[in-house]
Design a protein around this ligand. Structure first.
Ligand code: HEC
Length: 171
């Protein structure tokens, strides 16, 4: 399903030949002109963020509704930690919401690149918070899981979105 989305997107932008699946969720053109590379970069980081969102849902459903198992939620937290390590890579191509008409709808604010170190620091925080989330889930203490889940969303996700993500885009 994810692969289908990736290939449909890649086909639409005629980069199929250069597309290479580097992990479950990330796709990267090996060859592309500047514009094609930007469009592909936007798709790639959005796929990465969607994967983060999908794993977050697994954790949230466990924490709030006791759906699934702690082990599944911990695995999802570790997966988010892995994707967090790819933040520098998937965001390295500058393509901001200010050039949305040409690079595709996106919510990436220009300060990601003007304050690159600050942005990467937020990626590190997500990595750390994911590891703490996985440990809390492994530990099995309901109170500790709840507390860490709050910190995870606030620090891990919100801390970056507040500063570096722009308003929601329609469509
Ligand atoms: C290092 C910064 C950073 C962190 C940390 C981060 N995000 Fe994001 N996220 C972004 C940016 C920037 C965008 C907009 C990307 C774009 O549109 O090009 C985004 C977009 C998203 C999207 C929309 C994807 C799409 O285009 O449909 C989701 C869902 C999301 N993030 C979930 C999360 C969750 C859940 C967490 C925490 C577990 C998280 N993010 C942590 C920076 C971050």
């Amino acid at each position: 399903m994810l692969r289908k989305t990736i290939f449909a997107a890649a086909g639409a932008f005629a980069i199929t030949a250069g597309a290479l699946l580097v992990s479950d969720n990330l796709v990267r053109p090996s060859h592309a002109d500047g514009h094609g590379a930007k469009v592909a970069a936007v798709k790639e980081r959005q796929e990465a963020m969607k994967a983060v969102g999908g794993n977050m849902k697994i954790i949230a459903e466990f924490v709030k509704d006791s759906k699934g198992s702690a082990a599944e939620a911990a695995a999802a937290a570790r997966k988010i930690g892995e994707i967090a390590t790819a933040v520098p890579d998937v965001f390295k191509v500058e393509a901001t919401l200010e050039e949305m008409d040409t690079v595709g709808k996106n919510r990436a604010k220009p300060n990601i690149w003007s304050d690159w170190d600050g942005f990467l620091a937020r990626g590190k925080v997500l990595e750390e918070e994911s590891a703490k989330m996985a440990s809390a889930l492994d530990g099995g203490d309901a109170g500790a899981i709840q507390t860490q889940f709050g910190a995870f969303g606030k620090e891990g996700c919100g801390g970056c979105h507040e500063t570096y993500r722009g308003p929601k885009v329609d469509g």
